[in-house]
Design a binder for this molecule. Sequence first.
Ligand SMILES: *[C@@H]1O[C@H](CO)[C@@H](O)[C@H](O)[C@H]1NC(C)=O
Ligand SMILES: *[C@@H]1O[C@H](CO)[C@@H](O)[C@H](O)[C@H]1NC(C)=O
Length: 215
Amino acid sequence: MCPGSMMLLLRCLCAFMLLLSVSGGKLPEAEVQIEVMHRPFLCHRKTKYGDMLLVHHEVYFENGTMLHASRNDGDKQPMWVTLGIRQVIVGWDKGLQNMCAGEKRKLIVPPELAYGKDGKGKIPPESTLTYIIEVLEIRNGPRSHESFQEMDLNDDWRLSKNEVKEYLRKEFERHGYPPNDTLHENMMEDIFEKEDKNKDGFISAREFTYKHDEL
Ligand SMILES: *[C@@H]1O[C@H](CO)[C@@H](O)[C@H](O)[C@H]1NC(C)=O
Ligand SMILES: *[C@@H]1O[C@H](CO)[C@@H](O)[C@H](O)[C@H]1NC(C)=O
């Protein structure tokens, strides 16, 4: 501790506050710990954002107790997930990239990238979860994630009317047509009519990816 005089006390306080501001300034970003348990010899393509993956998975709590295993529970079927659209926890979106069909990984996912401080169902708040995930099959998503990202100018995972209009304008230009505001406006309204399922004025990543006809 700091010795007596007022001056010293102040100095101690200062040092203490400096320490606080340094350590509190930037928390390390939460990361998924990835361990490749099996990688097949042949790998024709690797998973990327926007792909659909057929997976079997097991989930374990930190104490080692198993919460769920898709091979044993429910209909025992693997499930399709689309990568990168937050259909699943962020830990999966981050941890299942660059995988081959037939690959098996262990993911240790901190709560920030799983169910956070609220938890969910049997998962208590602030749980670190361990997943064993096996990718059985990889397919192209119905729409590429790249084109969504290209349109989503402010990276908020949803397309505003302006972003769609801007995209139309650029596409017209790219194909050598003069821009036409009236036309873009009409096309944009038409697109939102069809794609903005919940009518909130935005096309979410999920609304976008699950549609089958092209813009
Ligand atoms: C392990 O942790 C989970 C979640 O906290 C709990 O439900 C379960 O009872 C625990 N198992 C054991 C054996 O302590
Ligand atoms: C712009 O589009 C509207 C609606 O399709 C059309 O009526 C109009 O002629 C177009 N204007 C130009 C300059 O091409």
